[in-house]
Design a protein around this ligand. Sequence first.
Ligand code: PLP
Length: 377
Amino acid sequence: MPYLYFDSAATAPVRPGALRAAAKAYEEYGNPSSLHAAGMNARRLLDAGRAQVARALKCEPGEVLFTGGGTESNNQALFGLAKLRGKRSKVVVSTDSEHPSVEEPLKELERQGFTVRRLSTVNGVPDYDGLRKILAEAPVAFVSVMRANNETGAVYDLPRIRRILDECGSDALLHCDDVQGFLKIPNDRLSACCDLISLSAHKIGGLKGVGALYVGKRAHLLPALLLGGGQENGLRSGTENVAGVAAFGEACAETLADREGLSRVAELREEVLRRLRDSGLQFHLPDAHLPNLLHLSIPGVQSAWALNFLSERGICVSAGSACSARERKKGNRVLKAYGLPDAEIETSLRLSFSEQNTMEECVVLCDALRDCMKLRK
Ligand code: PLP
């Protein structure tokens, strides 16, 4: 069934080039560790994909570790850093609005004896002064802060965090979950200020179940979580997902080549906002935000009703992040951290756009959202 898809932050439509690259790579069925011709062909595809991801990250190919997705990258980063730095300090700094794939490992580290200090993120702004205070109190093992929040679209200032660490003379390593920000924020070079960066292919038009972890020079001794055949420089054993990596590389290359794409997406977001400004919908607009995400509440209309109503019209949106559907039952931790009252949390929706959306689709979406207001109790 054709549908209007406004849920790219959950997973983006697969890019045509990425699909073609995966199909081609599946024909190359050799194991990249094999020393015969079939193995070497698969190795070449892996190397090419690594070079493409490295170009997008503005780093060396040798600094790109492929994983099974953003969740694995975050787990590898946090548990690896805890092992690497845990003898120097048991203090970790993060925020109160991280994705569950960061928050749950942090809770596990707390169970193991670490102290986790979570910076508040009211209105989508991390408490940067709070970070200075923590750094003044005790040595910190590492800091883990996402770049773009998957629910509100707020963008956190990682270069500023790096500056604070440097100004305070801290040697804490800096990890960033950049699953939502990667290739969505123009003119940046996150690898210049972070030691570890988590990425996920399916958020930029690649396939699900593939991700990457940038491992910068200061973190090169990061211990592995998966032990075995020693693939990925010994950091991630297991036969590599060649087709997934080839598609990831191609998704990066296509996104970089489509320079206009990001501004088209930003225009769609602005147009939806403009059309609905006087509609009675409540928009939550962090000052620094992703160009592709819009978070709002429909006063008096529970998220689940709105979701069903829109879904019946073939329109796909999200009532928060897809990954935290279980968490939502406990009350949305991230939206509370943003400072939203319960009434707005229970009625909230997330719209997220991609290069494949059109202005005509957005007009249909706006009309449907206005109709949704009529469901009000
Ligand atoms: N981090 C953030 C901010 C996310 O939005 C997501 C997925 O929604 C993840 C991590 C997990 O990525 P994956 O689905 O590749 O495991």
